[in-house]
Every structure is written in C-alpha cells, then in structure tokens.
Write a protein that binds this ligand. Structure first.
Ligand SMILES: *Cc1c(COP(=O)(O)O)cnc(C)c1O
Length: 363
C-alpha cells in the first residue's frame, strides 16, 4: 500500500496570490519566480495555474526547457544567466532572457554573438554582494552589451534586496533596503530603462521599490519571510497542505522514553501517536518536541526526535487521535512559517525540501 503522505497543491490559492501581488503592485508587471520546482510545489503545475503572470523566473535552463515544453509562451528569465557558451544558443532558440551579472558572461556573449535575439537583464550589486556588477561598472557593462547586435531590445536593470523583510517599522528601520534603493536609483538615473527590484517582501513592504517589474516568489505560494508574520497576515493563501495519517496509537507508561536517543520522557501514562512522515519525506528533522501538528483537526505536538519515515505525537486530550486519523504538518490551518520557526529555518526551505516519495495532488 502507498504511504498516506501527500502534498496537496491548492491551485485556487496560487491564482488568488497572483491577484494579490498584482493588487499590491498595480503599476508593475509580475514575474512569477518558479525556481526550485516552483518552491517545491511542482514547476509545470504552478506555471499553468499562474498562466496570467507576465513572465517567469527560473534558476536553471532545464526549468525553462520544461516550461516551453508545456507551452508556456511568456518571457522567461534565467535569474543567474548562462554559465557556459553552449547555453547561449539554447536560450536563443527557446527565447529565454538572461541575467548578466558578471564580465565573464559578457565575454562569452561577445564570442557567441550570432545575431539571433537574446534579451538581457543587467544585474547591479547594490549591497547584497552575491551577484551583480558594482554600481560604478554598470555603465561600461551596459555599453558593451548594447554594442552586440544579438542583444535585442532595451537592456533592463535589476538588483536584489538582502533585507527587504525588515520593513520601515522594524528595529533596523529598513536601513539596508533604503541604501540599496538609493544606489539602484542612482545607477538607473544614468541609464533610463525598465527596472526590477522587488522580491515578495519588498512587494509587501516597500512600494517604492516596485518599478516596472516585480519578481514574486514566496508570496505566490502564500508564504512570508517577514519575522513573526505569516502569508495569511498579508491576505495570501497557503498553496500547500502537507499531510499524512496516524498508523499507530500506543499507551506509553510514565518515565518511558520515546524515539532515537531517548530524548523525550513521558511525564505520565499517555497515548502517543505515530504518523507516517519523517525527514525522508522532507519534514525537518530539526523540528523539536513541541512543534505543532494537527491531528483530526486539533492542534497537537511532536514528542521525541523526528525520524526518517515516522514521527511521534503527544495525543493527550486529542479526541480524534485514533489509527487512521489525518495528520496535517502544515497548510491553511497550520502555517508553514510556524513550523519553519520551530525548526530554525524559513518556510521556503520546508516546501522546497519535500521529497519524491511524497504523492502530489491538486485541489
Ligand atoms: C528567488 C528570487 C526572487 C523571489 O524571491 P521571493 O522572496 O521568493 O519573492 C526574486 N529575485 C531573485 C533574483 C531571486 O533569486
């Protein structure tokens, strides 16, 4: 029999969230970021559900190929651009836009310039210090790209925020975001063109950063990375319910210890449920005792260590806690942000980590 572990993807939530992003950034076009298999929700599935997006953003050329293979016709931006010469021809064939963040890419393009159209988005490092040209080198990079006959249309400018999840009312006052905005605006003043700055947090908290294109990832899946706030707090709807069932319920005596390394001791004789889910399914092993789960619609807690295929749950006071009862690990009634916070990570990492043995359904 198949394991009862499933991830249900809520297509109407994806559509709702896209509409919410549009409402938040009414003057901008929306690039739906679908990297990492649509943040773990399934690349083709989310791209189809969000067919109204103005463009898609991916981190791998193979993802762009998959999108074109299912008939996605919108512009697609490869967010880190090409890594080797051979990619350029493929991108031209598939009409995939390239981010250009490094001089080595311009050199490759100069070698590979065939006259076939390729659209470029020039990336500026405004202070995150991951990818992009330093502000002082952008004009020269822009000029080199503009000189290539194979680079079509206006070159667009983009940059990425490091801390846009800290809004103006945060203790930091959003100082880094303000500084990044200032630097980007200065660069753009000398090179008027379409601009793209905002990720989800900036879409929600920094309207002055919206520009011509926003790049929404997490928000489309109903997730927030803003400390202490869930997607629902911003009017978004979680797009995934991760769930399983209880496969055993046992009464364990006071003083007995549960699970690997015997880390959790029963304070009294108590019912302990065993759910068919573990880190082998993508549930975080780092989730400590006390992490919430829903059993038959009631809030319960993990006890002991999460193991590969199973986890143990305190069923004291849980009326429906019988063998076969549904167990929800996260979803509309249990924010994935809360689980991430218990496990010391962010919601995105959890949805991205679901493994291939989990059954994906749509509803
Ligand atoms: C992932 C990513 C985004 C989307 O970020 P979210 O926080 O998920 O909205 C936007 N831009 C770039 C360059 C990215 O890598």
């Amino acid at each position: 029999m198949a394991r009862p572990t499933s991830a249900v993807i809520h297509l109407d939530a994806l559509r709702h969230n896209l509409a919410q992003v549009r409402k938040r950034a009414p003057g901008s076009r929306v690039m739906a970021v679908v990297k990492a298999d649509g943040y773990g929700h399934g690349l083709e599935r989310v791209a189809r559900a969000m067919g109204g997006a103005d463009a898609f953003g991916v981190a791998a050329l193979s993802d762009a190929e998959r999108l074109r293979a299912v008939g996605i016709s919108q512009p697609i931006l490869l967010l880190s651009g090409f890594n080797e010469l051979a990619d350029i021809g493929r991108m031209r064939q598939l009409h995939v836009d390239s981010a250009i963040h490094h001089a080595s890419q311009i050199e490759m393009l100069e070698q590979a310039d065939s006259g076939e159209p390729l659209r470029c988005w020039l990336k500026v490092d405004t202070g995150m210090h991951r990818l992009g040209f330093p502000p002082g080198e952008v004009a020269a990079a822009h000029a080199r790209l503009s000189a290539l006959p194979g680079v079509v249309g206006e070159i667009r400018l983009l940059h990425h925020f490091a801390s846009s999840d800290e809004f103006a009312d945060a203790p930091s006052g959003g100082a880094q975001t303000r500084e990044q905005l200032r630097i980007f605006n200065e660069v753009c003043a000398g090179l008027p063109c379409e601009r793209s700055m905002a990720n989800s947090a900036a879409i929600l908290g920094w309207p002055e950063s919206h520009g011509e294109w926003v790049r929404a990832g997490g928000a489309l899946y109903g997730m927030s990375v803003v400390e202490g706030r869930t997607g629902a707090d911003f009017g978004l709807r979680p797009a995934m319910t991760f769930s399983t069932r209880l496969i055993a319920v046992n009464t364990i005596a006071k003083g007995e210890r549960i699970g690997y390394s015997a880390t959790w001791e029963c304070p009294e004789d108590m019912p302990v449920g065993v759910a068919a889910i573990g880190y082998g399914d993508g549930y975080p092993r780092a989730a400590p005792p006390g992490t919430p789960v829903m059993v038959a619609g009631q809030r319960a807690q993990i006890v002991g260590r999460v193991s590969m295929d199973l986890m143990t749950i305190d069923l004291r006071g849980i009326a429906g806690g019988v063998v076969g009862a549904p167990v929800t690990l996260w979803g509309p009634d249990l924010p994935v942000e809360s689980i991430a916070s218990c496990a010391g990570t962010i919601s995105y990492e959890l949805t991205c980590s679901i493994t291939r043995r989990v059954r994906f359904l749509e509803r």
